[in-house]
Design a protein around this ligand. Structure first.
Ligand SMILES: NC(=O)c1ccc[n+]([C@@H]2O[C@H](COP(=O)([O-])OP(=O)(O)OC[C@H]3O[C@@H](n4cnc5c(N)ncnc54)[C@H](OP(=O)(O)O)[C@@H]3O)[C@@H](O)[C@H]2O)c1
Length: 325
């Protein structure tokens, strides 16, 4: 038997229960990973609470982890038992001692990258890779706005932007988070509880505003973010922390300056093995060089996953959170 977090109905953190399940067996093209660390991501709150549908209930949860391959299915040639790997975008069920996933979702870990670092940065780091390097390829000297800058994705974005010579303005909910973002390379921060985001962006940019806004907050910041953009700027709406953006009148893009908008996802960028490998290659290089460090500011035993969800959902975490089986 093996231990796994399961939920039979959607709801609050307490629907998550630790259960004994039969050891999962890999089928053709699949590997089984003995997880050493599991990544916690906001998307799992959407699945648990019902904002995003799960394929069926009862269900496992989690798509990201790192550990050691302990079994391979038929037709798996790229991985062997004993390989150190990390994975993201696996089928739900990573919150477990063991997870079975398609081999194509895993990458062998380079020596310098440890399991906790990999679990803390794979999904979030690949997200920052596509946001800053593909969706809107930022250029040295540019000033950009990035919401939730002290969060898991946010602190990686601060470091990556700094490494590229980009001036990242990060929004945060308080002074400690502001300090943390600055310590990780943000150029400036805006405490949105006390300051007006649009006015501060205007001041900080000398009236120029920004060419791109990366917004994972969703509903609450949609219009504010559009107001921070230069003419023909790009709104990258990549998350729903305060609820999805819906019912948009497309004419608003015209009124606010012939703006562009995109709603991207990691799945839409790391959609082929070559693209996934190239993105991982860049991320692992940033980690190995020390340009990006994992900020694992919360660790929870797997059995305490409900506490981890509660902390993430209420904005009490900073940086990344990992679950330890
Ligand atoms: N599209 C994609 O490919 C993709 C991939 C990864 C993540 N995401 C999205 O990126 C966002 C960040 O993910 P993460 O896992 O790194 O989480 P996170 O940023 O560590 O946590 C969410 C943060 O959002 C901020 N926030 C603002 N309003 C909030 C509210 N009403 N309630 C709770 N928090 C609020 C909080 O920071 P403050 O206290 O500073 O406000 C909080 O720490 C999520 O929306 C996630 O879905 C999207």
């Amino acid at each position: 038997m093996s231990k796994a977090i399961r939920f039979a109905e959607t709801g609050g953190p307490d629907v998550l229960t630790l259960e004994d399940v039969p050891q999962p067996e890999p089928g053709p093209g699949q590997i089984r990973v003995n997880n050493r660390a599991i990544g916690l991501n906001y998307i799992e709150i959407y699945f648990r609470s019902g904002v995003y549908p799960v394929p069926s209930l009862p269900s496992g949860l989690g798509t990201e982890g790192a550990g050691v391959v302990d079994a391979t299915g038929d037709d798996v040639t790229d991985f062997q038992v004993g390989d150190r790997v990390a994975y993201a975008q696996a089928p739900l069920g990573a919150y477990a001692e063991q997870h079975v996933l398609p081999a194509e979702k895993a990458m062998r870990l380079p020596g310098p990258v440890d399991f906790e670092t990999a679990a803390a940065t794979m999904l979030k780091g690949l997200t920052v890779q596509y946001l800053l390097r593909q969706t809107y390829p930022v250029r040295a000297g540019e000033t950009i706005l990035f919401h939730a800058a002290a969060g898991g994705v946010g602190l990686i974005a601060c470091q990556w932007a700094k490494a590229l010579g980009v001036k990242l303005i990060g929004t945060v909910s308080g002074p400690e988070k502001a300090q943390l973002a600055m310590d990780h390379g943000a150029w400036a921060t805006i405490n949105y509880k006390e300051e007006n985001i649009v006015e501060r962006v205007r001041e900080l940019t000398g009236g120029d505003m920004v060419p791109v806004v990366y917004d994972s907050v969703g509903k609450d910041t949609w219009e504010t973010s559009l107001d921070c953009l230069q003419k023909r700027g790009l709104m990258v709406s990549f998350g729903n922390t305060t609820g999805p953006v819906s019912g948009v009148n497309i004419g608003i893009l015209n009124q606010k300056g012939s703006l562009f908008v995109t709603r991207p996802s990691l799945a839409g960028y790391a959609d082929t093995r070559p693209r996934f490998e190239a993105m991982c290659g860049e991320l692992f290089e940033m980690l190995a060089s020390g340009a990006i460090k994992a900020d694992i500011n919360q660790r929870f035993p797997l059995a305490e996953v409900a506490k981890a969800h509660e902390a993430l959902a209420t904005g009490k975490t900073t940086g990344s959170t990992v679950l330890l089986p």
